[in-house]
Design a protein around this ligand. Structure first.
Ligand SMILES: [Zn+2]
Length: 247
């Protein structure tokens, strides 16, 4: 059976001297392994797949299991991402966080939309630490994490201007009126603007995110905070994380 699906290549491994097995994540959120014959040869029709991240229309034959790639027609090139090392490392981090949460037999169309949104925002010149934070916040539940910013754990008020710490005892934000020796146990100070922006990114619908314009400093602090949540809840080590240092 011949298929045509829009997707992105998320993995590749060498199979033989001339061929590679690639895995694409399709728009419908499924992973499809495909044999790309001739991929390693200097001239072949898949050469475009070696030119960095892209979205394409993939044409392939597949019955069960591994398919055979026939054609690749690029729909989105992400020129800025592929041409700038900093943006490329953010894109790699985003890709790793999304793909490692995939399971073999479950389609995740939402993950694909998030991947595409993250790449597009990076490519359009939005603040890169903020874009990466958006993706990590949206993916946090898939890693068993939580981010509770609706109201202070102690007084219950939603006065976000007073938010000052995040507590890993209450797994919730706390405000500066409620800081005592007891409530400060396992609490970290986080800037008010960072907490407010995290709340916004958590609540906003992906389709409504048109741009992320914050200062690099706030972006860095935000990512550092979100990474603490991943350390606390997931224990997963992302290889590409070390390329991006929000310190
Ligand atoms: Zn309070």
């Amino acid at each position: 059976m011949i298929y045509q699906q829009t997707g992105m290549m998320i993995r590749q491994t060498s199979y033989s001297e001339s061929s590679r097995i690639i895995t694409i994540l399709t728009e419908s959120g499924e992973q499809v392994p495909l044999m790309a014959r001739g991929f390693n040869k200097p001239k072949n029709q898949f050469i475009t797949l070696r030119q960095g991240y892209l979205e394409a229309l993939f044409t392939y034959n597949r019955f069960k299991g591994m398919g055979t790639l026939n054609d690749v027609d690029v729909t989105e090139r992400y020129k800025n991402v592929n041409g700038n090392f900093d943006l490329y490392t953010h894109a790699s981090y985003i890709l790793e966080v999304i793909t490692r949460a995939l399971e073999d037999d479950r389609a995740e169309p939402g993950f694909y939309r998030l991947l595409k949104k993250g790449f597009k925002l990076l490519d359009d010149g939005n603040e890169s630490f903020g874009v990466t934070s958006l993706v990590l916040i949206k993916m946090l539940p898939a890693y068993g994490g939580q981010l509770n910013l609706d109201s202070c754990a102690v007084c219950g008020r939603s006065d976000y201007k007073k938010y000052s710490h995040y507590s890993f005892k209450y797994h919730n934000v706390i405000c500066h009126d409620c800081l005592t020796e007891e409530t400060l146990e396992r609490a970290i100070p986080v800037s008010n603007r960072v907490l407010y922006f995290a709340l916004y990114l958590k609540s906003v619908k992906l389709d409504d995110v048109k741009s992320i314009q914050i200062s690099k400093d706030i972006g860095r602090q935000l990512l550092k905070f979100i990474e603490m949540l991943y350390d606390e809840y997931s224990g997963v080590y992302f290889r590409s994380r070390k390329l991006i240092d929000p310190q």
